[in-house]
Design a protein around this ligand. Structure first.
Ligand code: SF4
Ligand code: SF4
Length: 373
């Protein structure tokens, strides 16, 4: 039965506009609750929360609980790597950031077409195999945001150094053209490699489904939240060993714990209901951005891309007569960030976007809808 993992990319914040303002007191309570419920897997990464997630988990978990009572995973930031020496220094820095002697799981972060050449050039798989032989890594693998053919290409070449693959899997992406979650799971299964699921709730979008879908779910299985449907879908896939959830508050965590402690995969009737729900959800979300924030650091105009898409989705999903009320939130943000119309079309954001969104085009839609005065 699939396990629940604590994803450390969407930690509670004291200031929602400052990704580094992690609410440490709440995080410590959540860590304690998670361990007390019998779960022990934590997944961070160098980039998360503007490079502060690793240090936060050191303070909330590593310094407060015995090393043997939890498993900690982090990732090599492929996007940043400049040289072999650099990957060595980053790996050492991560051990220090996290305050550990070894990682229970270590992944190359997002081996996609853009960053795979770096892994080949710097021989990253071999570098990490050597760290594993030294005892600094217990289990090795990679995360990927690319299609099934590319996943297969990487596995053909590196299957011996791959004990686990981290994939974006949720019911909306299961048969999508870009993410191909279903086909990616099949590829992993054919190699006998277990899957760790990321984005099971698609950045929260599947927790906040349209009212019609929430009603369908409630009528079918009373008392279960929309998020629990998403978790049960991911946890019910044969090759999945762990479902990560980026939990931002205690309520989300308790809901996930209830769902995953006695995981009951969706039955045939629920899967039929889910197929109908998918159609309704797809027609209601204008921009399927997960809020991962991979795009923001490289933008020369400091455009608040995920925030703008979230506001835009809200404006499109709840149309109003006259000017959209959401424009106030938009205008507030443009006081400290570039506007959507400031985009110079350099395309750097699109290279980083795991959802393969046409960000430049979408920003034109955002500007048209929200830059109204
Ligand atoms: S294309 Fe536009 S939004 Fe994307 S990084 Fe360049 S300036 Fe920023
Ligand atoms: S636009 Fe893409 S990279 Fe940026 S936050 Fe959304 S999903 Fe992530």
């Amino acid at each position: 039965m699939a396990d629940l993992g604590f994803g450390l990319m969407r930690l509670p914040l004291r200031d929602p506009d400052d990704q580094t303002s992690i609410d440490m007191e709440l995080l410590k309570k959540m860590v304690d609750e998670f361990l007390a419920a019998g779960f022990d897997y934590f997944d961070t990464a160098y980039y998360y929360h503007r490079n502060t997630s690793e240090a936060a988990i050191k303070e909330a978990l590593v310094e407060r609980h015995p090393r043997g009572s939890f498993r900690l995973a982090t990732k090599m930031p492929m996007k940043l790597l400049e040289s072999r020496e650099h990957q060595e220094s980053i790996f050492s820095e991560q051990l220090e950031n996290c305050g550990v002697e070894y990682f229970d799981c270590y992944l190359l972060h997002n081996i996609c077409r853009s960053y795979y050449p770096t892994a080949e050039k710097l021989d990253t798989f071999r570098f990490l195999r050597e760290r594993k032989e030294e005892g600094r890594i217990r289990r090795l693998g990679f995360s990927i945001h690319d299609d099934a053919d590319f996943l297969e290409r990487v596995l053909e070449r590196h299957v011996e150094d791959t004990e686990v693959v981290q994939l974006q899997v949720n019911y909306l992406d299961w048969d999508s053209l870009e993410t191909q979650a279903g086909r990616c799971c099949e590829v992993c299964e054919s190699y006998g490699i277990p899957v760790i699921v990321m984005e099971p709730v698609k950045g929260g979008a599947l927790a906040n489904v349209p009212a019609e879908v929430a009603e369908m779910f409630g009528n079918t299985t009373p008392g279960m939240s929309p998020a629990s449907w998403a978790m049960r879908f991911a946890g019910g896939i044969g090759c999945v060993e762990t479902v990560l959830s980026g939990m931002t508050d205690m309520d989300q965590m308790m809901d996930n714990i209830r769902t995953m402690r006695d995981l009951r995969p969706l039955d045939d009737h629920e899967l039929e209901v889910l197929e109908r729900a998918k159609g309704i959800i797809r027609s209601s979300v204008a921009v399927p951005c997960t809020g991962c924030r991979y795009c923001v650091d490289d933008c020369p105009k400091a455009i608040a891309i995920p925030e703008f898409f979230s506001i835009y989705n809200d404006a499109v999903g709840t149309p109003s007569k006259g000017l959209p009320p959401q424009r106030f939130y938009y205008l507030n943000l443009t006081g400290i960030h570039g506007k959507a119309s400031d985009c110079i079309g350099c395309g750097r954001c699109e290279e980083s976007c795991p959802q393969h969104l046409p960000i430049r085009e979408l920003l034109k839609d955002v500007a048209k809808r929200l830059e109204v005065y």
